[in-house]
Design a protein around this ligand. Structure first.
Ligand SMILES: [Zn+2]
Length: 446
């Protein structure tokens, strides 16, 4: 047994002071007032201790685009051209090394579980690898080495886009994403298996990439497992979906049976009142990725309206323009302030819920994200003595702290980060080496 001694910890719906969190076999076994008579190992945690953060939406390889897409006009299309160029040079070995460093960066930021929305399945020309899930297995290995749990959201991606006249075939640079049809996707998907730190989930990339008649086969295969889908991130998606089907993307997914409490709509930026009502009444989660949505100029989604309609909110860092889930939680409130001209749209405890328990539920880990007996022992100590946080009320730390204020991270009872350093990985060094190597080859004119 290990006792984590906390001056302040987020227990239940608020901060408790002077508590001991007792951990055994990766689970919290007790949360009790501090006692100085303890036989077990005692670890003192600084600052305020929060439950583990869930990053509900990640594309690990997009991390290599950070700080490289703002020249040449810096438009969405600049970004996308760079993304495809990078995707071309990935293979399982490189993918594992890049994702390991990216996931380690996440753990440094307090993330104890990541949902990897994974669509780079095959070799660059679209040929399956000898193990058709070699790339997914690379992601699994990366998460294990980085020390966090993974929900592998293996993605069905069939079409190159949706114009007014219907779907277009995959472009050459998209061929490695595709399985042909939803049945072939499901056959490959069924070969993946859970393990102690990995859950297998699935994703419909978007209504742009998966035609309507293919969606029900994905939904049927997935059953009770997590299902994620990019939804209405850009206005153009709504326009072409309406033109072709006469339905909004949300209405299409509802008709296809894809909405429900096991489903998470990622972005949910440009919605009609009926879309919001459908997502809320079906208890579909909405995953906001504010730091990405502002980087890509997507817009600001109706977070308060979705919450009020009944949609649980969670958070993701998506393309990793930054990996700072505290900043994403804060941006949920700050973006609402900008559009509503009102403060206090989300209470601090609602931000904690989105960052922790709601994200874990969206990823299929209902036993994580709260500090209470029986739950997984995921703990994140955020310092209250840095230049950013000094003087803050611990209950409002999400409004002041940054990822760099995370001091200690415990995942399933294992100490993965302490003193702001990863236990086994030189994170900045590995990011630098791996990303430079990728771009050297991606920008090679051959
Ligand atoms: Zn995404």
């Amino acid at each position: 047994m290990t006792v984590y001694r906390c001056a302040a910890a987020w227990v239940g719906d608020g901060v408790a002071t002077d508590v001991d969190i007792v951990v055994s076999a990766g689970r919290v076994t007790a949360v009790r007032p501090r006692s100085d008579v303890v036989d077990d190992e005692v670890v003192e945690l600084p600052g305020v201790v929060l439950p583990g953060f869930a990053n509900a939406h990640s594309h690990a390889f997009h991390r290599a685009l950070r700080g490289r897409t703002h020249g040449d006009g810096g438009t969405f299309w600049t970004w996308r051209e760079r993304m495809y160029r990078l995707a071309r040079v990935l293979d399982p070995d490189r993918y594992a090394r890049l994702a390991r460093a990216v996931f380690a960066e996440m753990v440094l930021a307090g993330v104890t579980c990541v949902g990897e929305f994974h669509y780079v399945h095959h070799a660059a020309d679209g040929t399956p690898y000898a193990d058709p899930n070699a790339m997914g297995e690379a992601v699994r290995q990366a998460a294990r080495e980085a020390g966090l749990r993974l929900t592998l959201l293996d993605t069905c991606y069939l079409a190159g886009g949706l114009g007014d006249d219907g779907h277009v075939p995959l472009a050459p640079e998209q061929r490695r994403f595709g399985d042909g049809d939803a049945h072939a996707w499901a056959e490959r998907w069924h070969l993946l298996a859970d393990d102690a730190t990995t859950r297998i989930g699935a994703a419909v990339h978007s209504v742009r990439a998966v035609p309507r008649d293919q969606v029900p086969a994905v939904v049927a295969a997935v059953g009770e497992r997590p299902l994620h889908v990019h939804l209405s991130e850009q206005v153009a998606e709504n326009r072409s979906c309406l033109a072709h089907y006469g339905l909004t993307p949300t209405e299409l997914l509802h008709e296809a049976g894809a909405l429900g409490p096991g489903t998470t709509a990622v972005h949910a930026t440009h919605l009609t009142a009926r879309d919001i009502a459908l997502l809320g009444s079906t208890r579909t989660s909405s995953c906001f990725c504010p730091t990405t949505e502002r980087d890509l100029a997507d817009g600001i989604g109706p977070a308060v309206a979705l919450r009020d309609a009944g949609s649980p909110l969670c958070l993701g860092s998506d393309q990793h323009a930054v990996i700072d889930l505290i900043e994403d939680a804060r941006a949920l409130e700050m973006h609402e302030r900008l559009v509503s001209h009102q403060r206090g749209r989300f209470a601090p405890d609602e931000l904690v819920t989105a960052l922790t328990v709601a994200g874990h539920r969206s990823l299929g880990w209902p036993d994580a994200g709260r500090i209470e007996p029986g739950m997984r022992a995921d703990l994140v100590a955020v310092r209250l003595d840095t230049v950013r946080t000094a003087g803050s009320d611990p209950a409002q730390v999400l409004l002041t702290a940054f990822a760099s204020d995370v001091d200690t991270v415990v995942v399933d009872g294992r100490l993965v980060v302490s003193g702001g350093r990863h236990a086994s990985i030189d994170v900045a060094g590995e990011l630098d080496t791996t990303i430079r190597e990728l771009w050297r080859d991606a920008d090679d004119p051959r």
